[in-house]
Design a protein. Sequence first.
Length: 402
Amino acid sequence: MDFAISDKLQIITQMINEFVNNEIIPLEPELHHKTFREMLPVFEEKRAMVKQMELWAPNHPKEYGGMGLDLVEYAVVSEALGRSPLGHYIFNCQAPDAGNIEILHLHGTEEQKEQYLRPLVEGKIRSCFSMTEVEMPGSNPIMLETTAVKDGDDYVINGQKWYSTSADGAAFSIVMAVTNPEAPPYLRASMIIAPTDTKGFNLVRNIPVMGHVGDDWASHGEILFQSCRVPQKNLLGSEGHGFIMAQERLGPGRIHHCMRWIGVCNRAFDLMCSRASSRMMTPDGKTLGTKQIIQAWIAECAAEIQAARLMTLQAAWKIEKLGTKAARYDISFIKFFVANVMQKVLDRALQTHGGLGMTDDTILAWFYRHERAARIYDGADEVHKVAVAKRILRDYEGRTVC
């Protein structure tokens, strides 16, 4: 495996890092006292600058206006953008649009691509993804209560979804619903495009998360589908293949998440080291007793961040070269390993800052609140650990180890 970064990608990454430092990070303090929607005008200015720099939509298809980077290249870019909670949005490679774009590109009809994919890549509209349900475990996507029943030329969708990220202001949702209830478990659900202005599509609320109610892109919606009627031509791919398509979406999606989390780690690590270097000495010039503890944290965090980065790049390389199935162990590994590394780095960076870390005077408390969910969404840690352990143990069945 060769993870060498090309000269072109090095230049791209350098430009992105400079833009994040100079144009995006200075906007972060306003996140604490303004709504996302109130900040949209200045975000649009920054997005226009990114387009002028020809860095727009780095992971999306060239034929629709993106840069067309492959998964390993985009992993490097995602790490750079992840240093700010606004990075991916400003560059138009944010979740859940990124995953929806992949689905539309792989499985959409030409009509669907022109109506939904092109404006998504161009940044003219946003979307959301409705899979997780209130009464069903989000860790098991084959357990769904939402149904889509054929009636004439339409599907009629009924059900309740929540954690539909960015539903507030989205133009459409890709909905996972049961269309074939008598089929085997993995062939029961389908993905269907539901425009948010359709009668029966009801955004009930933006869910409060860790004491914060977001809005617009920075929100998590609860949606009630009540006899929501959409044409059958809005079906994505083949009927009953929703679970298969979801797995295709989740593989690259986890690379995106993990490299973004490593970007979070990098930002927290930089802040921790800066704070430690300025606070190691007392006013009379004596070394603080906690110096060696913090030095150990710094060494451990540096090693764990590097391990997380290499594991994620390896998973990205396998997906790119060998396919998602060949990388299934690696995808599970990075999902729980990188999420936990991020939690540890954030916690130690916050601890190093002491009382300051608890305030919103740095970005640490914001990250600490918003990134705890990393160990839950896209499959809880425990689910990934059990799944990968079962696969490993199967290889030992009937074997004698000397």
